[in-house]
Design a protein around this ligand. Sequence first.
Ligand SMILES: [Zn+2]
Length: 178
Amino acid sequence: MKKMLTAILLFDLIAGLLFLGMQEMRRYRSVEAAIIGEDRVEDIKKIAITFDDGPHPSYTEQLLDGLKERGVHATFFVTGEHAQLHPDIIRRMQAEGHIIGNHTYSHIQLTKNNREKFKEELIKTNEILKEITGEEVQYVRPPYGSWDKSFEKELNMFPVLWTVDPLDWCSKNVNCIT
Ligand SMILES: [Zn+2]
C-alpha cells in the first residue's frame, strides 16, 4: 500500500513536470502554426495527457490546479476504490472538463484465471463513477495493459493504452525520468 502511494505521488509529480514541458512545446507549436499558415495546422502533432491511479486527496487537486491555470484538459483513469473515497475530486474533474475513465476497482491485473472478477471490477467502477457524475463511462485503461478484446462489445467500452510510458513509477530521480 505504501509502495503504491509512493508510486501515485511520483506519477503525479512527474506528470506535472512533463506537463509543464509540454506547455512550452504547445507555445512553440502555436508560433509555428502562425508562421507556416493555417493550411498546415492539421499536420501539427498533438498529444493526449493521461493520469492513472487517483484520485489522491492532495496531489490530484494540485495537478488539477496546474491544468486549470494552463487551460489544458486531460483524461484521468481512476480506480473505483479511490473514486469512492474522494467523490468530490471526481466531480471537480468533470466540472473542469476532464475525461474520467475506468482503471478497475482495486487496480487488478487481468490474468487467465480472473476474467469474471476483472469484469465485475469494471462494472462496479462504472457504476460508482456514474453515481458520482451521472454519465456513462466510455474509456478503460486496464492496469499493466492486460486486456481481452471481447470486453469491448460486452461492456461497450474502449480501451486506452499508451504510446509513451515515462517510467516515472520506477525511479525517485526526477532528472532521470524527465
Ligand atoms: Zn495504474
